[in-house]
Design a protein around this ligand. Structure first.
Ligand code: PMP
Length: 300
């Protein structure tokens, strides 16, 4: 599904056949989840394959490594260049890009001594996720910022995501909404969350979430379209039954929620300002103009 005998990946200075690549079984990353990574997408545009927000993602990867004290000296531009080359070698334009920084063999609980950069790419041509997610409030909290560097994208954090997402699926939901250690809404297992009330958007402030690149892009789009938004704490109770809500992230893009704990959101998605943001985002990633959306009557 992710690779075949014709796929290449990048590993420590070389482009190698994915089916022949291997790693050390004594690495700190495998044993302790001590690795940092990114989730990036490229899109087919009129000007060829374009990696969306490439600088932001690779800057965050470098920052994640720094916060984890993992030695890592690739520049953002070098990683962008390598990724374009890799996309070309794999004949991909609509693709998911997964850079991963792993640490060398070391069983001690001390900082990384040497790291390796892996970049994997695979096809992401299968359209959008369903716009009708049924979500439950998770019994699992997001990692506490006093226990983890939550603004870093660290492999080990995703054990929490797996527990929450699987719990939701086992209970017949599509996804989990996790709270922070103060009981406020934080994010989903792999995306940020927004809700809409009276044509205004609300999203949790930073501090207990991964500050998403898509979340920032939504702020830019909202500013350009004249849609109001606010970053603040709120509870799951406050979010239930409001006009609309969505998850956002590089992989999910913007996906509408149908209900939270079986309480539906009020508006038809198409009549929400959130749907305008979703349309604008879909234009932006393929470098199309979206300013015509400003003229929509819903919010003027
Ligand atoms: N929160 C979590 C926990 C995530 O895994 C992701 C996906 N990286 C996001 C939020 C959204 O981040 P981004 O928009 O940068 O993809």
């Amino acid at each position: 599904m992710y690779y075949n005998e014709k796929s290449f990946l990048y590993f420590d200075g070389e482009f190698v056949e994915a089916s022949k690549a291997s790693t050390d079984l004594y690495g700190q990353s495998l044993h302790y989840g001590y690795a940092v990574f990114e989730g990036i997408k490229s899109y087919k545009t009129a000007n060829g394959a374009k990696i969306f927000k490439s600088e932001e993602h690779y800057d965050r990867l470098r920052r994640s490594a720094e916060l984890m004290m993992i030695p890592f000296d690739y520049s953002t531009q070098d990683m962008i260049d390598i990724t374009y080359k890799l996309l070309e070698m794999n004949s991909l334009s609509n693709a998911y890009i997964r850079p991963l920084v792993i640490c060398s063999p070391n069983m001690s609980l001390s900082k990384g001594q040497k790291s390796s950069l892996v970049i994997e790419v695979w096809n992401w041509d299968n359209g959008y996720m369903s716009n009708k997610m049924k979500v439950m409030t998770s019994s699992f909290e997001r990692p506490n910022p006093k226990a983890f560097r939550i603004e870093a994208k660290v492999s080990g954090h995703y054990v929490n995501s797996i527990l929450a997402c699987q719990e939701a699926k086992d209970k017949g939901f599509d996804e989990a909404l996790l709270l922070d250690s103060n009981g406020f809404v934080a994010e989903s297992s792999g995306a940020n969350v927004f809700f809409e009330k009276d044509s205004k958007l609300y999203t949790p402030k930073t501090g207990n979430i991964l500050p998403g690149i898509t979340r920032n892009t939504i702020f830019d789009l909202a500013n350009q379209l004249g849609i109001c938004f606010e970053e603040r704490d709120f509870t799951a109770k406050e979010m239930k039954g409001v006009d609309a809500a969505f998850f956002c992230g590089t992989a999910a893009e913007i996906v509408a929620l149908e209900s939270l704990d079986n309480v539906p959101f009020k508006l038809e998605w198409e009549n929400s300002v959130s749907a305008l943001i979703q349309k604008a985002y879909r234009h932006l990633v393929v470098e199309e103009d979206f300013t015509y959306l400003k003229k929509q009557p819903q919010y003027v």
